[in-house]
Every structure is written in C-alpha cells, then in structure tokens.
Design a protein around this ligand. Structure first.
Ligand SMILES: [Zn+2]
Length: 331
C-alpha cells in the first residue's frame, strides 16, 4: 500500500466518499505508453504517418490487461488474514478493520486500484516525431489518451464494484527499467529511448527549454484526469526563490487561473560539509574547493539528501533538468 506523496485515494464507492483517513492505494499498474508509440508511430521509419487506429486498438487491449492484473493482485491481497498485519486491524488504523474476520476484503474495498501511465512525451515523439510541448495537435492527442485512462477507470469501477483510479505514476525505478526494456527491443531512438529515463507521466521533458508559464500551461489540462494523483514541478535557480513576489505570482497563476491541484518548486541546495557554504555546486565547493559536499534535490516526491544515491536513470534526469526560471515566455 502506498500513502502520501502525490498519490490520492479519490472517491470511495463503498460509502466513505472522499474520506481519506484510513484509506490508501492497494496497488498500481503502469502503462508504458512509449511502447505503443513506437509500435504504431513513425519513429522506426516503417510508415510515414502514424497508425492512429492501430494505436487506439492496442491501447484498449492494454487497459483491459491492466484491469485484469490489478484485479488478480487485489484478490491475493484481499484473501489475507487480518492477522498478517495485526497492528492495522487491531487498532482500527484502516477503515472497517473491525469488520475483517477471515480476510481483509471489507477494509481493502475502500482503497484504490491505480491505472498509471509513464512517458506521454516519448509516446508522442515516437508517434508523431514531436512531443506534446512542441505542437498543439500533438498536445490534444496526448490529452485524449489520459482522458481515456480516466474514463476507463470509471468503467472498471462500475464493472468490478471497486475504486479504480487514473494515476500519474511517480516511477522512481520504472523510469529506468522500462527504458532499458524498450532499448533492448527497439534500440536507441532519438528523444524516445535516447535519454537514460522515460519522462514522468504527462510532464514536459526536463530538457525542453520552456518558461515557467509555458510549463504550467502545457501540463495544467492533464491534471484533472489523474484521480489517483499527479504533481506539477517547476525548476528554479537557487537565487530565484529569494524573489518572494515572483514565487507568489506563480502560485496564484497555477492555483487560481489554471486550477493545478499540486504544485512543487524544485531548487538546488548544495552544502559543503567542510566549510558550511551553501549554493549550487558542480562537483566541488566554490568557497574552499572541498569535494566533501552534499547535493540536496527533490528527485521525485521527497527531498533526497543526496540525489547521487538514486538509480542512474533518475540521476541523469536530474542532471538534464533545465531551469524554467531562466526562460521567458515565447508568446
Ligand atoms: Zn567549502
């Protein structure tokens, strides 16, 4: 079960509505969208226009497989005895714990089953030769894919009398493992499998030089579909955060104008463990030259004491991030 971070538990059809206490996400399954993009797109040079009909057909099959997988795992979880986690069930820390005698179905039915997605950007690149940050029509298509996951989650909830959700997966490890699998099968394809990670959910690729406003405008329309949670990141220079008025303006624009549910600012905090100097470093302290430094970054969800402890995919992603505060609006 996963609690907190970007994950939302969403609406409970078994009477608890939007109550969040004592509920969680049972299990996520994530659709690796770039695979479908490669299979039906133009990136392999097999066709000059994408096979959109083929894409949607395969996408529906994938959604059904995802539902099946989630149900199988849910059945295994729900069969467990409450004795498997006595703390949760004896102390009623999970909803309806006391109703669970032989198994834990009565508690777990309030939780969600998440249909996640990764790599909208690489899917678009593979299909059309450009991503959703580069072209309005491509953006529209990308949006229709996430909208369909949302609709399918509603249909699956009805079909199975359980809470399915659409989920902008954090993919701490999957961003790398999925990339590796795609590279093995299809080789290195520029901006599809050429970076060492897949782009998070519907995010603008970290390498795209877009302004703060552009980043927010592109991602905001996606945010209403992932009922299982999503997050919007803005990358800032370490000096930018001292401009509180500008930071306030971004917050107002994101929340009031665009209705973005969850916004996060990322800015580097590097510390020298020898002299105590703080700022943004490359590989050594600019003050005393020491290499005994700590590089604090928000890699995904939480702050990490040192981002270099992450897997090489995530590490590369952090290193390739552009600072949105360095670009002004192109409009
Ligand atoms: Zn130093």
């Amino acid at each position: 079960m996963k609690w907190g971070c970007r994950t939302l538990v969403g609406y409970d059809r078994h009477g608890l509505g939007y109550t969040r206490q004592g509920r969680g996400n049972n299990v996520p399954n994530t659709i690796i969208l770039p695979k479908l993009g490669i299979e039906y797109g133009i990136c392999l040079g097999e066709r000059s226009v994408p096979d959109i009909e083929g894409f949607w057909k395969a996408f529906e099959t994938t959604l059904k497989l995802c539902e099946k997988g989630l149900l199988e795992r849910f059945a295994i979880m729900a069969k467990q005895s409450p004795k498997a986690a006595p703390f949760m069930y004896q102390n009623n820390t999970i909803q309806d714990a006391r109703k669970c005698k032989k198994n834990v179905y009565e508690a777990l039915k309030h939780n969600t089953l998440a249909i996640g997605y990764i790599g909208i950007a690489e899917m678009c690149q593979a299909l059309f030769g450009k991503n959703h940050a580069e072209d309005k029509e491509v953006h529209k298509f990308a949006l229709s894919v996430v909208k369909r996951i949302n609709e399918f989650a509603t249909e699956a909830s009805e079909r199975n009398d359980l809470n399915f959700s659409c989920y902008a997966t954090p993919a701490e490890n999957l961003c790398r493992t999925a990339l590796k699998a795609l590279r093995e099968q299809y080789g290195v394809i520029k901006n599809v499998t050429s970076h060492d990670y897949l782009t998070n959910s519907h995010h603008v690729p970290v390498w795209e030089k877009v302004s703060i406003k552009q980043k927010l405008d592109i991602e905001a329309p996606f945010c209403k579909y992932p009922t299982g949670g999503n997050i919007t990141y803005i990358e800032l220079d370490s000096t930018f955060v001292k401009n509180t008025k500008a930071v306030e303006d971004i917050i107002d624009y994101a929340f009031n104008t665009l209705d973005i549910p969850y916004l996060a600012f990322n800015f580097p905090i590097d510390s020298c463990l020898d002299c105590g100097y703080q700022g943004e470093f490359n590989d050594k302290c600019p003050e005393c030259g020491s290499k005994n430094i700590q590089q604090l970054r928000r890699v995904t969800g939480y702050l990490s004491t040192d981002y270099r402890n992450f897997n090489d995919g995530k590490r590369k992603e952090v290193e390739e991030r552009v600072k949105h505060s360095r670009y002004i609006n192109a409009e």
